[in-house]
Write a protein that binds this ligand. Structure first.
Ligand code: PMP
Length: 449
């Protein structure tokens, strides 16, 4: 193994051995261990613009973007300054602050979109939490408290964080590790979650016909991005909303990954441009909304949100909820993420998608570029995938050699075929050319697998 400068990768390997003595698997989140691509994870020490640098001084064009938050590019000076200024005023107060209201107002404003039915504004109230996991966990508790029902529907291959009820047939790290679920989840809790195939409305109708008056909520990724990218079929989210509402249940649209990345009003807002209007009851946000700091949120109908304590009977709390430093990062990031930024993300993504596809086609590698707005992933199959079973049927073995050829050439891709690729507004021509130059050799490696 050698670095982009030809020097042996020593330091990363030594650090990984050392980390494994004190941290399970050497990592604090499983996919970081490179389990499905093999090799030594890079220990990063700096991230700036479109680039990350490892402990050996190797620089990589980054297509992970901290798994989404870095839409503006890493360490954007205005965001760093906002964080520094907030930190200087105090790291955490454990009390209410003016900036939390500003962020809640900004989220409400951003989650407003024009549709054929007029202007829709489904997010009336917002609560800030620290992780996407907390946001979805709270949204589900809220839906149960509001409806007085217990059952939850989720979709196979969708990932909503690691709370007990959501780990059945989940995407992201569970897909990467081929884990159907997690040990440590009591059977009675797992039994409260019904897992259905994605993009199959009949499966949803059947579940409601059987258990309708016991189903509290359906949770769905706005566009599935944790089994690679698998967009909803046109009109799917709208039809789902209708079925759910007819049965008196709530629809939770998880925009932790897509929110404020796929467009100004997330995938929900983007989907209204050419599809029917729909009004989810609750949304969850994370990643971009915290600008790279630990911050996430849930929001939705005031009538539902007001079921949260202190107004209502559903409890949720957090020592670091609405942390002032995290809120400063989120506010600065959202304020800078204007329509020009989204246009840049779309353009960068489109250019990259076609370059990847051309390189793979030139080597005769069967593939499909799966996309949801500016998010995309490579599926190693000629047939587009619309659900988890199809995603799992691809030639996944072609990804590790592709990944490592790119890494050797100084491009950091997600270390799993089941993850989306993330572009940033800092991916300029120089960064894109480095990626594009690396593609032919990587495509050859994939073809030879
Ligand atoms: N929902 C979705 C759609 C996600 O992509 C993720 C994380 N990738 C989560 C929830 C969980 O967020 P967190 O990792 O911040 O707990």
């Amino acid at each position: 193994e050698s670095s982009s400068t030809g020097a042996p990768v020593q330091h990363n390997a030594e650090l990984f051995e050392r980390a494994k003595h004190s941290i399970p698997g050497g990592v604090n989140s499983p996919v970081r261990a490179y389990g499905s691509v093999g090799g030594t994870p890079r220990f990063l020490v700096e991230a700036r613009g479109a680039y990350v640098t490892d402990v050996d001084g190797n620089e990589y064009v980054d297509l992970v973007a901290s798994w989404g938050p870095a839409i503006l590019g890493h360490a954007r000076p205005e965001v760093v300054r906002a964080v520094q200024e907030a930190a200087a005023r105090g790291l955490s107060f454990g009390a209410t602050t003016p900036s939390e209201t500003e962020l809640a107002e900004l989220i409400r404003e951003r989650m407003t979109a024009e549709s054929a039915d007029g202007v829709l504004a489904p997010v009336e109230k917002v609560r800030l939490v620290s992780t996407g996991t907390e946001a979805t966990m709270t949204a589900i508790r809220l839906a149960r408290g509001f409806t007085g029902r217990d059952l939850l529907i989720k979709f196979s291959g969708h990932y909503h964080g690691h709370s007990d009820g959501l780990l059945a047939e989940a995407g992201s790290g569970l897909a990467t590790l081929a884990m159907p679920g997690s040990a440590g989840v009591p059977a009675p809790i797992a039994a409260q979650t019904l897992v259905l195939p994605y993009n199959d409305l009949d499966a949803v109708r059947t579940a409601f016909a059987t258990h309708g008056d016991r189903i509290a909520a359906v949770i769905v990724e706005s566009a599935a991005c944790n089994m690679g990218v698998v967009p909803p079929e046109p009109g799917y989210n709208a039809a789902l909303t209708e079925i759910v509402h007819e049965a008196g249940a709530l629809l939770i649209v998880d925009e932790v990954l897509t929110g404020f990345r796929v467009g100004s009003a997330g995938y929900w807002g983007a989907s209204l441009a050419d599809g029917p209007a729909y009004m989810p009851d609750l949304f969850t946000f994370g990643k971009v909304v915290g600008g790279g700091m630990p911050l996430a949120a849930l929001g939705g109908r005031a009538e539902v949100m007001d079921y949260l304590a202190p107004l209502g009977p559903v409890y949720q709390a957090g020592t670091l909820s609405g942390n002032p430093v995290a809120v400063a990062a989120g506010l600065a990031t959202l304020r800078l993420a204007d329509l020009d930024v989204y246009a840049t993300l779309d353009a960068v993504s489109a250019r990259l998608q076609s370059a990847v596809s051309q390189a793979l086609a030139a080597e005769g590698v069967a593939h499909t570029i799966q996309r949801a707005g500016n998010l995309f992933s490579v599926l190693f199959s000629d047939t587009p995938a619309t659900n988890y079973a199809q995603v799992q049927a691809q030639d996944a073995f072609r990804y590790p050699p592709f990944f490592h050829a790119m890494l050797e050439a100084g491009v950091s891709l997600p270390p799993s075929v089941f993850e989306a690729w993330f572009v940033t507004a800092a991916h300029d021509d120089v960064a894109l050319e480095r990626i594009i130059d690396a593609l032919p050799a990587a495509a050859k490696a994939a073809a030879a697998a």
